[in-house]
Design a protein around this ligand. Structure first.
Ligand SMILES: Cc1cc2nc3c(=O)[nH]c(=O)nc-3n(C[C@H](O)[C@H](O)[C@H](O)COP(=O)(O)O)c2cc1C
Length: 198
């Protein structure tokens, strides 16, 4: 029962009010190259997340924001749109792929484009690569610390060899479902808890 219900003496809430009172969690696609695998992974995470009904989950595609390399040219409109999108979110799930043992240049660039809009929010990481994208995920954790993003412990790590047919078609092993839900449990809990600081 929300504040409005009490004021209006109501015993039910509308669907619109339920959606508005939920946390907004962005599922950020970390790669932007043509032929990338990240949309398949992001859509799978979103489909698992949507079945929970505990938050509003949306895909946030860095590619849509056309961010040039930071500082190279005046990119005020792109930077503003990116910051507004991040500001509208309470928490994040990063879809992370391993490039040369780290995150992609496009994700690092997008992280650098904002500061306040990241602060005091929670994040989960879903990574992939030859060893589950583990090295990229650990690099991202270091960056998130500097941006005051609280990264949660549970970390689904997908293998390019066993979770992608022929390295291209995403077919996750069953065990990852448990991990994705465990990660989302923590992201939702921490995103809500950190609200008092925002
Ligand atoms: C420039 C580059 C470097 C890569 N380096 C690694 C690496 O160090 N470790 C690894 O496991 N995979 C590496 N890969 C393989 C990628 O993880 C794999 O291609 C993955 O699909 C990339 O994500 P994307 O399809 O969303 O772009 C690399 C791929 C590229 C393009």
């Amino acid at each position: 029962m929300g504040f409005l219900d009490k004021v209006l003496g109501r015993t039910t809430t509308t669907e619109e009010e339920k959606t508005m009172s939920k946390l907004n969690i962005g599922i950020i696609l970390g790669s932007t190259r043509q032929g990338r695998l990240s949309p398949q992974v992001g859509e799978w995470v979103q489909s698992v997340a949507n079945q929970r009904g505990d938050a509003n989950y949306e895909i946030v595609d860095i590619a849509d924001f056309k961010l040039p390399l930071l500082g190279e040219v005046d990119a005020t409109p792109q930077a503003t749109a990116w910051n507004e999108k991040l500001a509208s979110l309470d928490g994040f799930v990063f879809i992370v792929q391993e490039y040369n043992h780290s995150i992609t240049a496009s994700l690092k660039n997008a992280l650098d484009y904002a500061r306040d809009a990241w602060n005091n929010k929670a994040a989960g990481i879903v990574s992939y690569g030859s060893v589950g994208g583990a090295r990229a995920a650990e690099h991202l954790r270091g960056i998130l610390g500097e941006l005051s993003v609280a990264d949660v412990r549970v970390h689904p790590a997908l293998s390019l060899f066993t979770d992608f047919e022929n390295g291209t078609v995403f077919k996750p092993a069953d065990l990852h479902l448990t991990n994705v839900n465990g990660m989302l449990d923590q992201v939702v809990a921490w995103s809500g808890a950190l609200k008092v600081l925002r």
